[in-house]
Structures are given as structure tokens and as C-alpha cells.
Design a protein around this ligand. Structure first.
Ligand code: ZN
Ligand code: ZN
Length: 631
């Protein structure tokens, strides 16, 4: 947890304290920090609305003013259960009803694990922490909205009220935050994306969360892919292509099934597997959970054939890694082949809950700037450093001055449960990652207990031009899954060894990254990314001007510059206003004087006229700015 997350999570305790002062019967479930703030889930007969916020905030204020210490108390499981039964957890004291959600949580904690309670004033909560020292450390807070959520996200469970708020060290920081949110509303990627014709959602025919990239949005997509391909080629990556789906066995091996099944689209069941079953030595593995013959199918034309006991199952891929692992496995490797860097803009599908879908930021189809680097332990530090340098190179291209790497490590107490049981490898890889980060002078925070199951991970947070934080990309070390897939290389000593794998996606997904860029640039993309880079505008519709304009148009198009031409007889002011509305980056305005001098008058979007230039000079300048990807 970062300092700010700790502060915000502590605010959730203060929120619960306040709610209980007004409604002592409230039953609390979970209250974690989230992006931009915190929430606490509460079950309460009274429906909390924003009208209640001032009253709740006044009680919160009293609690922060009292400056109570967050006091940590260790208890046994039996003690915690007894307290929950007396209604004393997430409560101000004993109550007639048990603290039912807390009771459920305690009962699921394995015997022998340390259980902690935290107290602030009269309020006691079951919580692993950490918190700030005192309630008075919360300098500024505000409740923002209420949503509904099922206990543990499962619709079979009771529906709870999710009370959201945010908190900061001081009021100045909070005021800046809300001013930034105002600006972000104007830059909302859903609003600008529709106005600029970048992407469309078609829930009725295509499905929710499955964006369609329109021609102008596709121009941005392809520029990003070009950037990635050039950068990765220079860094020694090779490109691969993989199908969008795979058999069940793939995801049983990778561990996605059953643990990640909820985030995957349901399986496609096939009766005829095209003979793959016969050649698969482990086909029994996929026959678990026998399903009956699907109903309502027509008998095949070939006549009767024996019904397969189970259908073969295929899944849409939620990640590209397993396919890349199979590419590694497709050929024998020796240490001389390593590092092997397999890159692909891979298209994945994730079944996000429909309530969670949000523009391009939360979608069900994702095009990921993915690559997997297979390397030896000796090569790891250099590879990892090179990946970080690639991130920094991208940040400078996009003008991202503020970023942070969040280094998530394991918790030695949870080896074998939350984290793969390889204490030596955890220590070794975490030390290597930490050393590289320190040596590269990269700004990072270390967050214990949040690593991936199979290795330490780095989430990269960036701040848009208006100061809003986004988690864009991840960079993970994996020392477990290559072993599960039986990946090996033959080392110098002729012994088979398992490679380490680095998962990295510096540009994240097209969906999330472009959503971010729309806000970052407020839709005013730099020349190299602009959907319409240049528009040639004639003053009037004189045929001589039109010929000159068409010649320039042809010349730019021949260099693959996305150029349009406006030869209409509309007033020049209207033509320019039209191009400004469309956020065309560069306008080349042509009148009789320009034609006679062999010039063009250059106008830049949002900046106005920058003067007449000889045609060749202006066009060379445009090509150079695109080639150099100038901001
Ligand atoms: Zn807590
Ligand atoms: Zn991966």
C-alpha cells in the first residue's frame, strides 16, 4: 500500500465510525482503497443518498478532530469469532445482531493465522492494516457517490451500498484533485472519441465492451503499432502471431482455469475436435466435468456416429502468454537462442461485468502491446533494464513527465498460498529487480504482498497532462509458468534448464492507452498521431488554385501523410473553423498570392497562422515532424 492508499483506507474506518454514530445497526463488509479514493460496503435498511453526506461528513470530521490513535490488537481466531457474534466487529460496541460479514470473513481465515483488529476511539474493525498513526493525519476528505455492490461481487449474496469517498493529506491537494476532475470531464475520452469519430460502441449488434475502431481511430492504432514495431525491432524482438482461442488444456496448464475462469468468456463446446483428441496424450484432463450432449442439434449428414462423451472445450484467450509459451515449446532451444523476445499486438478477451464496463478504459476485447522475453538468470538484469529503458523512451515520446513504477513483492508468510512456493527464486528475482530499479534511477515505490502468483510485478502509473493518474502498463517476472509448460533450453553444460520469462506491455492495450491519450492531449494529437494530419484549404474555388492544391495533396499522400482537401466555395473563415473543429493538426491555406510565389500559408490547430513558407520547405517540415514523432 502506498502512503496515500494507507491514508484513504484509514478514511474508510473513519467513514464506518461516522455511519455507526448515525445508524448503529449498520453491517460492514469490505473497505479497501481504490483508484482515486476509497469505499466501504455497508448493509443498511436506510438508503444512503448524497443528501446524507453532510451529516456523515460532520461525524467524520468529529472523528478526525478527536485525533484517535489507530491501535493494533492481535487476537486468536476464537476471540475474533466471539467478538463478531456479539456484533462488536466494525462496530462501536456490543450489538444485538452479530457482525455477520466480519464473522463470515473470520471464519474463512485458516486456523493459526495472525488476526488483527484495529481500533480508533470506540470503533473496532477486523483489518489486516496498515493505517495512518492517528485519525487526525487525514487532512481532507469528501464523500463522492453511492453505488450498489453484491457482497464479494457475487449476485447470490446480499446487495450492499458502496459508499465512495476520497481523502488527501491536506485541503489544497484535495481542491487540486477536484479541479482536475472538472477538466477531465471536458476531456472525457467517450465524449471526444464520439465527436472526433475515433471509435463506436454497438452493444446491440456487436456487444457491450467491444469497441469498433472507426477509420480515424484506426489511424491512431496503426501509428502506435508502427512505433512499437520499430522500437521492438531495434531492441532485438521478433514478431509472432497467434490465434484468439485455445483448448481448455492450455488454460488448465497455465492456471487460468479454474482461478481466472470468471474473467474469461464461457467455453465454446465442440463435438468434433478434428482428431486432436487422438494425438493428445492428456485428453482425459479435459473430460472432467462431463457435460451431456447439447440439445436440439441436427444429426450430421454422414449419418449416425457415436456421440462423444464430452464436448471439446475452447476458450477465447484472456492473455497472450500461454500461446507464446507454446511458440517457445514448438522448437528446441539452446542457451545460444536466449534471450528470445517474442512480440505480438495480441487480441485478448476478458469477461468484465457489464456494470464495470467504461468506455475504452474497461472493455471486453483488448489489443495488447505484448511481448514475452525468455532468458537465463544471468541475462535477466540486462533484459529487465532494457525493458525499463523502453518504457522511459515511450514516456518521453508522449510527453509524460510524471510517472511511477509500483514494485509489488511477495509476502514470505503466504508462500504456497497466494504466491508460488519458491522462496529462493522470490528473493533472487526481487533483489535483481530492486537493484535494476535503483541503478537506473527510476522513481518507484515498493508494495509488499501484491506480487502476481508467479513472480514480482511492476505496475506503471502515469499522470496525464492534467494530472490524472492512470495505471497503463505492467512488467512482470515469471519463474513458475514456464516450468508448468515444461519449457526448457539446453545450457552450456548440456543440462536442460527452465528459462525465466518477463511479461511486458509498455503501451498497455490500445483501448486503455488511446483512452488515456485522448484525455492527455484533449484530442489535440501531435502531428504523427493526428487522424487527419493535414488539410489543404483553398481561398475560393478558382480552378488554378484547385490544381495547385491537388498537386500538394498528391505529394503528401505519396508520402503516406493523412491529408484531406477542401476545395469548396465556402467562406475561408468557415473552412478554417471546420478544420479546427475536426482538430486537423496542420492546415495549408492557399490563395492567389501563395500560388504565384509557390508558397503555402501554414496554420496549426489551436495556434493559428504561423506564416507563408515555400511549398517544398513546408512539406519537408511536415514529413520531418512525423518521422521524428515530435510532440
Ligand atoms: Zn483497515
Ligand atoms: Zn504475459
Amino acid at each position: 500500500m502506498t502512503d496515500l492508499e494507507r491514508l484513504r483506507h484509514s478514511s474508510a474506518h473513519v467513514l464506518a465510525t461516522a455511519i455507526l454514530r448515525i445508524w448503529p445497526e449498520a453491517q460492514f463488509a469490505a473497505g479497501p482503497p481504490v483508484e482515486g479514493g476509497f469505499y466501504y460496503d455497508v448493509e443498511l435498511r436506510h438508503r444512503i443518498t448524497p443528501e446524507d453526506f453532510p451529516r456523515i461528513e460532520a461525524e467524520m470530521k468529529a472523528e478526525t478532530k478527536a485525533n484517535h490513535v489507530f491501535e493494533r490488537v492481535e487476537v486468536t481466531r476464537d476471540e475474533a469469532i466471539a467478538l463478531a457474534k456479539e456484533g462488536r466487529l466494525a462496530a462501536l460496541g456490543a450489538r444485538p445482531e452479530p457482525s455477520k460479514f466480519k464473522l463470515d470473513i473470520v471464519e474463512r481465515i485458516p486456523e493459526g493465522e495472525t488476526i488483527t483488529l484495529y481500533r480508533n476511539g470506540d470503533f473496532t474493525d477486523l483489518c489486516a492494516g496498515p493505517h495512518v498513526m492517528r485519525t487526525g493525519n487525514i487532512g481532507a476528505f469528501r464523500l463522492t457517490h453511492v453505488a450498489s455492490a453484491y457482497y464479494k461481487g457475487d449476485e447470490r449474496n446480499p446487495q450492499l451500498q458502496r459508499i465512495y469517498g476520497t481523502a488527501f493529506k491536506n485541503k489544497t491537494q484535495m481542491d487540486e484533485h477536484f479541479a482536475m476532475l472538472e477538466e477531465a470531464k471536458k476531456r472525457d475520452h467517450r465524449k471526444l472519441g464520439a465527436e472526433m469519430g475515433l471509435f463506436a460502441m454497438d452493444p446491440e449488434y456487436v456487444g457491450p465492451g467491444l469497441p469498433l475502431w472507426l477509420p480515424k481511430g484506426t489511424a491512431i492504432v496503426e501509428e502506435l503499432e508502427k512505433l512499437a514495431k520499430e522500437t521492438e525491432f531495434a531492441a532485438g524482438y521478433v514478431r509472432v502471431r497467434t490465434p484468439h482461442l485455445a483448448r481448455e488444456k492450455m488454460y488448465q496448464t497455465s492456471g487460468h482455469l479454474p482461478y481466472y475462469a470468471e474473467s474469461m468468456f464461457p467455453a465454446m463446446e465442440l463435438e468434433d475436435d478434428g482428431g486432436a483428441r487422438a494425438s493428445s496424450p492428456h485428453s482425459e484432463a479435459s473430460s472432467l466435468g462431463t457435460s451431456s450432449e447439447p440439445e436440439g442439434r441436427m444429426p450430421s449428414e454422414a449419418g449416425w456416429k457415436p456421440a462423444l462423451p464430452i464436448a471439446d472445450r475452447y476458450y477465447l484467450k484472456a492473455m497472450n502468454c500461454p500461446h507464446h509459451h507454446r511458440i517457445f515449446a514448438a522448437e528446441p532451444h539452446s542457451y545460444r537462442d536466449l534471450p528470445l523476445r517474442l512480440a505480438e499486438y495480441g487480441c485478448c478477451y476478458r469477461y468484465e461485468q457489464s456494470g464495470e464496463l467504461f468506455g475504452l478504459m474497461r472493455v471486453r476485447s483488448l489489443n495488447m502491446n505484448d511481448a514475452h522475453i525468455y532468458c537465463t538468470e544471468e541475462q535477466f538484469a540486462d533484459e529487465f533494464r532494457a525493458v525499463n529503458e523502453m518504457y522511459l523512451k515511450y514516456f518521453s515520446i508522449f510527453g509524460l513527465g510524471k510517472y511511477q513504477m509500483r514494485f509489488s513483492t511477495h509476502d514470505p508468510e503466504k508462500l504456497g498460498q497466494k504466491f508460488v512456493d519458491e522462496p529462493e527464486l522470490w528473493k533472487k528475482t526481487e533483489d535483481m529487480v530492486r537493484r535494476v530499479l535503483v541503478e537506473s534511477g527510476i522513481h518507484f515505490v515498493e508494495v509488499p504482498n501484491e506480487a502476481a502468483f508467479y513472480g514480482p510485478k511492476i505496475d506503471v502509473q502515469v499522470w496525464s497532462a492534467i494530472g490524472r493518474e492512470f495505471t497503463i502498463a505492467t512488467n512482470q517476472v515469471d519463474f513458475a509458468v514456464p516450468r508448468k509448460f515444461g519449457l526448457v533450453y539446453r545450457d552450456r553444460d548440456n543440462v536442460e534448464k527452465t528459462p525465466l520469462c518477463i511479461h511486458r506491455a509498455p503501451l498497455g492495450t490500445h483501448e486503455r492507452f488511446i483512452g488515456f491519450l485522448i484525455e492527455h492531449y484533449a484530442g489535440n494529437f501531435p502531428l504523427w498521431l493526428a487522424p487527419e494530419q493535414v488539410r489543404i484549404i483553398t481561398i475560393g474555388d478558382d480552378p488554378a488554385l484547385a490544381d495547385y492544391a491537388k498537386a500538394i495533396h498528391r505529394e503528401l499522400r505519396a508520402s503516406e501523410v493523412r491529408t484531406d482537401i477542401d476545395l469548396s466555395n465556402d467562406p475561408i473563415k468557415a473552412k478554417i473553423a471546420d478544420a479546427e473543429t475536426a482538430k486537423v493538426h496542420t492546415m495549408l491555406v492557399i490563395g492567389h498570392r501563395d500560388l504565384e510565389a509557390g508558397n503555402v500559408s501554414v496554420r496549426l490547430h489551436g495556434k493559428g497562422n504561423v506564416g507563408a513558407k515555400p511549398r517544398a520547405e513546408a512539406l519537408a517540415g511536415i514529413l520531418a515532424a512525423i518521422r521524428e514523432r515530435r510532440g
